[in-house]
Design a protein around this ligand. Structure first.
Ligand SMILES: NC(=O)c1ccc[n+]([C@@H]2O[C@H](COP(=O)([O-])OP(=O)(O)OC[C@H]3O[C@@H](n4cnc5c(N)ncnc54)[C@H](OP(=O)(O)O)[C@@H]3O)[C@@H](O)[C@H]2O)c1
Length: 465
């Protein structure tokens, strides 16, 4: 007999509707695997007259108390956004002893400590997996699965909009404005993407991630940040010429007495997992003393991906409350395997081996062949005193090789540039190194049109053989 869990939604927009969709789709499986049947009882909206893809006949309300205080509502999902009234409504829910799942990074970053203190006082729990990285389950991994490890570093691409923009500039040679327009047209960017471009959204998520990783309260205001506002296609092409990709990287490192925090564009070596994140994908690398380096990646936004994180939290919180206090769930298998070679075929899952052999016993339909992947990493030797290496490059629109300076100098009418890689250096050394390079270029009758920002290198070494 399944335990019925009444759910109240605060917000029925992209995320709230995704939760409805997923519960409708996966409800029977949740019931069989967890013995929990989730039923959405009430939803708070601003405008009940608004046309909705998925309605909740007679269950929409503009009165928050009608959701929170409904005795048929056991757990509340907050997916309305912003700090207020979300903060007050989460506190009021916790005061009623009801657990809360939130997808709202702003309220978690601004008032997380207050919400958790209230949750401790009232014995209710808070799930916030969806606040960082959408579907990427990094919060629970850090908080629960890695509870026994000492984490040292976390770095990630946690803003899909800016990653879409940077990779579109990189691969299609678009300007930042063109790439942003394309991101909007494809639904990856809001009409006002200022918080993304300036790095504020990533700083908000990093403050949550760093708090969870390092057991200290970090607020968005603590995070030094630089957005992608001064990154030009030339910076991306130059970084590629040296084997790097420019990404907006959010990183935090526990250095014992110090916590290093930053959101900034960074040159990430091609071999680093963050460099392979294209489009709006998110990814987080977590480094721990015992676990070493772990990488999590996936869609960082969208109705269904975010709902996957929300529903996962719903299951964990409901199971914690109604699961008999066993700490960890028991067996969640509910499907029978059809026994191989049985004389009387029984309904069940059929085991299929990869490749043309088909079923494990050699018969039946073939499973699709897996794709195989091979990566190549270039070796770049040092070429100039003080500089580890430098390389000529042309912009992607030029369609020319990026393996060196074009013979005979820069192409007429085309754009080209130089990318240089410098060893560990402060601002004064950087200035001197650039001046030295400029001197050498003058000797070759080449010069700069303009110089982009220095971008820090983050991640593993690109200079491998
Ligand atoms: N969208 C994503 O991909 C994504 C990913 C991760 C996290 N999140 C987070 O999830 C939260 C929700 O995002 P969303 O994209 O679903 O937003 P959304 O589409 O704008 O939906 C917000 C919902 O909340 C309701 N609402 C907002 N303020 C309200 C108020 N004061 N009183 C009553 N109802 C109110 C709106 O009502 P109406 O429908 O009547 O306007 C709407 O149903 C945000 O915190 C966001 O940062 C979103």
């Amino acid at each position: 007999m399944a335990r019925v869990v009444g759910v109240g939604l605060l917000g029925l927009g992209t995320v709230g509707s995704g939760v409805l969709d997923l519960l409708a789709r996966e409800g029977p499986v949740l019931e069989r695997r967890w013995g929990l049947r989730f039923e959405v009882r009430r939803a708070l909206v601003r405008d009940p007259g608004k046309p909705r893809r998925r309605g909740l006949n007679g269950q929409l309300t503009t009165d928050p108390r009608a959701v929170l205080a409904d005795p048929a509502v056991d757990i509340v999902v907050e997916a309305m956004g912003g700090v207020e009234p979300a903060r007050s409504l989460i506190l009021a829910t916790l005061d009623l002893g009801k657990p809360v799942v939130t997808a709202n990074k702003e309220v978690m970053a601004a008032a997380g400590w207050e919400l958790f203190r209230r949750a401790d006082a009232t014995g209710a729990a808070i799930g916030f997996e969806a606040t960082v990285g959408g579907a990427v389950p990094v919060i629970k991994a850090v908080k629960l699965a890695l509870a026994g490890d000492r984490l040292r570093q976390v770095r990630g691409v946690i803003n899909g909009t800016t990653n879409y923009v940077l990779t579109a500039m990189e691969t299609a040679g678009l300007t930042r404005a063109q790439a942003l327009a394309e991101a909007r047209a494809r639904g990856y960017a809001e009409a006002d993407a200022t918080a993304d471009v300036e790095g504020r959204d990533a700083a908000c998520k990093l403050s949550i991630l760093a708090s969870v990783c390092f057991g200290t309260r970090v607020s968005p205001a603590d995070v030094p940040r630089r957005g992608i506002g001064d990154i030009r296609p030339a910076d991306l092409a130059g970084a590629m010429a040296l084997g790097y990709r420019v990404r907006l990287v959010a990183r935090a490192e526990d250095q014992g007495e110090r916590l290093v925090l930053e959101v900034a564009p960074a040159a990430v070596p091609e071999a680093d997992p963050l460099a392979r994140l294209d489009g709006a994908r998110n990814g987080v690398v977590v480094v721990g003393d015992a676990c070493g380096e772990l990488f999590f990646s996936g869609p960082g936004a969208g109705g269904l991906p975010t709902a996957a994180a929300v529903v996962g939290d719903l299951v964990v919180l409901a199971w914690g409350r109604y699961g008999g206090g066993r700490g960890l769930p028991g067996c969640t298998c509910y499907r029978e395997l059809a026994p191989a070679g049985a004389e009387e075929p029984r309904p069940g899952l059929v085991v299929v081996a990869p490749g043309p052999r088909g079923k494990a016993d050699g018969s039946g339909e073939a499973a699709p062949e897996p794709d195989w992947f091979r990566a190549a990493v270039r070796y770049l030797a040092g070429a100039h005193p003080g500089l580890l290496s430098w390389r000529g490059f042309t912009l992607p629109t030029g369609g020319a090789s990026r393996e060196g300076l074009p013979p005979g100098g820069l192409p007429r009418g085309g754009e080209a540039g130089l990318a240089c890689l410098l060893g560990p250096a402060g601002p004064e050394e950087r200035r001197r190194a650039l001046a030295g390079l400029a001197e050498e270029l003058r000797g070759r009758a080449l010069g700069y049109l303009d110089v982009g920002p220095w971008i820090p290198v983050v991640g593993g070494s690109a200079r491998k053989g």
